[in-house]
Design a protein around this ligand. Structure first.
Ligand code: NAD
Ligand code: ZN
Length: 351
């Protein structure tokens, strides 16, 4: 089959690789109908983590959906032909962590991610097919009322964005600032609106992304106009935002998020921190009495609860898709998403 493989910094390639097969009786093979390039793929693409994230030659991609093609003998809930979406983290569904509804901590898989390098190495979904372990637990069926663009992001960025807003504890009337108007930040703005904030600020420097943020009810704060924390304080009577959602994943926006929150406010961060440690304005955080919540999303928990919100149009993830291209064009898809060229926000790939 054709798949997108990792070869080094800014080097992903469409290659022919072996077809995945059912290995364990709880596996299925899914024929992929749509996958996407995620901001987390860019960390690998940038070589962050010194190659710790992905191996050379590995199949990329953890955001995908498709149709069950082959099932192992122990699979009960799925049949060939079922249309399914999956979370990006690989979890078993029965270890202590999974039973505590923390599948991103799964001890059976060692916190594995499709197309990544934690724990066991699982092939990714930027491919024609993918082997899915623990299939009864991982696969969520998708009915025909949802398009792929509606359903796909339930497995990663929509769940992550919603979880970021939920972790922020937004209350009606709050002022929320979202750092990053990329796919995750934009969907965090959509999600934040469900909690009834009075105002939402969108912080970024990419003008066309800030434009879409305005469509989602956010007021743009451009980094080009200076320190975003100062800008947010100036627009909130000096106080800062009640809740800050950090959706970038670097030291600078994390610092700015802490600087932008009001005393006793909450910073909720879902940006991925690849480096083992980073600077942190600890004194400011301490004297502000702030609440910090961060982490990898337990996406499996959110797929089913968020699906009706997508069906009813209360969350509109498909709105952020700017490009749909053949799988083989993924190298260009990565490049424009990375460099913010051609007004790229979210790139979907069709095998
Ligand atoms: P992206 O790279 O397209 O978006 C990041 C945006 O942040 C860009 O638009 C960029 O211009 C902007 N930005 C850069 N520096 C900034 C700053 N100082 N202040 C404000 N904005 C700034 O990626 P994405 O797909 O939206 O993903 C965002 C982050 O979410 C990534 O770190 C990704 O790894 C992470 N993520 C986390 C999880 C999770 O489970 N926690 C899941 C999916 C993605
Ligand atoms: Zn992702």
């Amino acid at each position: 089959m054709k798949a997108i493989t990792f070869h080094g910094v800014s080097d992903v390639r469409a290659e022919t690789v072996a077809d995945p097969k059912v290995v364990d009786p709880t596996d299925v093979v899914v024929r992929i109908t749509t996958s996407a390039v995620c901001g987390s793929d860019l960390h690998q693409y940038h070589g962050r983590g010194g190659g710790a994230l992905v191996q050379k030659g590995a199949i990329m991609g953890h955001e995908f959906m498709g149709v069950v093609e082959d099932t192992g003998a122990a699979v009960r809930a799925l049949r060939a032909g079922d249309r399914v979406v999956l979370p990006f983290n690989v979890s078993c569904g029965h270890c202590d962590w999974c039973r505590r509804k923390l599948p991103s901590q799964c001890s059976t898989t060692g916190r594995a991610v499709f197309g990544g390098r934690f724990g066991h190495i699982w092939g990714g979904g930027q491919a024609e097919r993918v082997r899915v372990p623990f299939a009864d637990h991982l696969c969520e069926k998708v009915d025909a009322t949802l398009t792929d663009a509606d359903a796909l992001f339930l497995g990663d960025i929509l769940s992550t964005a919603y979880c970021c807003a939920e972790n922020g504890g937004i209350r009606p009337g709050d002022t929320v600032a979202v750092f990053g108007a990329g796919p995750v930040g934009l969907l965090a703005m959509q999600s934040a609106q469900l909690f009834g904030p009075a105002r939402v600020f969108a912080v970024d420097r990419v003008d066309y992304r800030l434009k879409l943020a305005e469509e989602f009810g956010a007021e743009p704060v451009t980094l080009d106009a200076g320190d975003p924390a100062e800008q947010i304080r100036a627009r909130t009577g000096g106080a800062g935002a009640d809740v800050v959602l950090e959706c970038v994943g670097h030291e600078t926006p994390f610092t700015q998020a802490i600087q932008s929150v009001r005393p006793a406010g909450t910073v909720s961060s879902v940006g991925v921190y690849v480096e083992p440690s980073m600077g942190f304005p600890a004194r400011e955080a301490f004297f502000k009495d702030l609440t910090l919540k961060m982490g990898i999303c337990n996406a499996r928990n959110y797929i089913a609860p968020l699906m009706p919100l997508v069906k009813l149009g209360k969350l509109r993830p498909a709105r952020i898709v700017t490009h749909t291209m053949p799988l083989a064009d993924a190298p260009r898809g990565y490049a424009i998403f990375d460099k913010k060229e051609d007004r790229a926000i979210k790139v979907m790939l069709k095998p």
